[in-house]
Unconditional design. Structure first.
Ligand code: FAD
Length: 413
């Protein structure tokens, strides 16, 4: 029987997995990638270590208009199947205490190498520096038009172009247009897993300071998301893993013209009264120090004057024991509840993931085939699904890529 010709537009995480799944099923597969090589984003993931999955993956880790959309796809190709898929191609898992999965080599390049080796072994063709600009459906085939106007004909297409985040790594939003022309709806994209811009005039002074703490996003005093870990102050706002984690919900509310505030707790393991005791004990032990000196060794030096100013302690040379109870509690309030208004995000270029994308309801929940166009499939971040930080986004890319590749390769579909 004649092999089914499948074109994969976009050679990222979803595209490579889709290609392997389809080629395993005896299809003739070609990847069209706009950059000079496939999988560039994979190399940047997990700080170069590739946090490729999370063994605690649940539906609540995913967001989008239909966040439960992923259910059937994860039943077909979930975390366990992903781990054995990678094991089969040589990627032995290292699982950390939070359930995040990495290659044991801790090198993202080993994941990309293994995927490319497998794709190559199965006969997948790779065309790089090929940006697909348009897609036309004829009776039984598709015609893809590249940036030079050349036409490429295929039986089925899987669009794996990603979203808009980190366009320097390939995903420039061009995948959306390929679907919109067929009547698929775009849910307005916005950056997720991104650094937050804050309304604060003291940020320049503390740029580069890192703290371990808890960060909460609040809308009208209601908690919308919180997370803990290393928080980095920058000249525009805050960055770091917990900031990325709360950014999606924060920006979703900001997009609805709601005011959102973040609160930073630098002493999450201390109750206010415990912190009061700790501070007053230190003051009594080091009576000879002024208030600024008394905080040395407890909080980052560059933060001390800024925190004292926030707590309205104007005379930083005052002896620490001279502070009254109310003033100490004011400092504690800043240490446990430093509040800033969020005014936006840093940039699309710095965002790790795109929230929004092509609406899922028009794709079959089992196969990822378009309900509008036969033999047209979508996988990965191009769809309106995004995950939390921690390996969930790549997991979605592998799961959806494999599913779309498998079903697209079936004859007579
Ligand atoms: C810095 C960074 C770190 C990250 N770390 C992690 C992590 O550790 N764990 C995790 O789970 N997730 C992580 N992510 C998110 C994760 O990488 C993405 O969610 C995932 O790669 C999406 O896969 P995808 O295949 O859908 O899209 P992409 O990986 O974006 O791939 C899309 C591909 O399509 C190509 N393309 C686009 N348009 C066209 C076109 N018109 N024609 C041809 N080709 C086209 C692009 O060049 C690109 O190669 C990170 C993201 C970034 C930016």
């Amino acid at each position: 029987m004649k092999k089914k010709k499948i074109a994969i537009i976009g050679g990222g995480a979803a595209g490579l997995t889709a290609a392997i799944a389809a080629a395993k099923n005896n299809a003739e597969v070609t990847i069209y990638e706009r950059l000079d090589r496939v999988g560039k984003k994979i190399l940047a993931t997990g700080n170069g270590r590739c946090n490729l999955s999370n063994i605690n993956t649940q539906i609540i880790n995913y967001h989008g208009k239909e966040s439960n959309y992923i259910e059937k796809i994860f039943e077909f190709f979930g975390v366990q199947k992903t781990l054995s898929f990678f094991d089969d191609i040589g990627i032995y898992p290292y699982i950390d205490e939070e359930g995040k999965v990495y290659p044991y080599s801790l090198q993202a390049s080993s994941v990309l190498d293994a995927l490319r080796y497998e794709a190559n072994r199965l006969g997948v063709k790779e065309f790089t520096n090929f940006k697909i600009m348009d897609l036309i459906k004829n009776k039984e085939t598709f015609v893809m038009i590249d940036a030079d106007g050349k036409k490429h004909i295929t039986d089925a297409v899987i669009v794996c172009c990603g979203g808009k985040a980190s366009s320097q790594l390939g995903s420039d939003g061009s995948g959306y247009k390929l679907f919109e022309k067929f009547g698929h709806k775009l849910i307005e994209p916005f950056p997720a897993l991104v650094q937050l811009k804050l309304n604060a005039d003291n940020l320049k002074r503390i740029k580069g300071v890192k703290i371990q703490g808890n960060i909460k996003a609040l809308q009208n005093s209601k908690l919308i998301r919180q997370d803990s870990g290393e928080i980095l102050f920058t000249d525009y706002g805050v960055s770091g893993p917990p900031v990325l984690q709360i950014s999606r919900m924060t920006l979703e509310n900001l997009n609805r013209n709601k005011k959102v505030f973040i609160q930073i707790d630098m002493f999450p393991e201390f109750e206010r009264n415990q912190l009061y005791e700790l501070l007053t004990n230190r003051f009594n032990k080091m009576k000879y120090k002024n208030i600024e000196e008394s905080f040395n060794g407890l909080i980052n030096k560059r933060l001390i004057p800024v925190i004292l100013k926030e707590a309205e302690i104007m005379d930083t040379k005052i002896k620490c024991t001279k502070l009254n109870r109310k003033q100490v509690y004011k400092i504690i309030e800043v240490l446990k509840n430093w509040t800033f208004e969020v005014i936006g995000y840093y940039s699309w270029q710095q965002a790790q993931v795109t929230a929004g994308g092509i609406e899922t309801k028009d794709f079959d929940r089992n196969t990822l085939e378009s309900k509008k166009v036969k033999n047209l499939y979508a996988a990965g971040e191009v769809l309106d699904i995004d995950g939390d930080c921690g390996g969930f986004n790549l997991q979605w890319a592998w799961s959806s890529g494999y599913t779309a590749g498998y079903y697209a390769s079936l004859q007579n579909r």
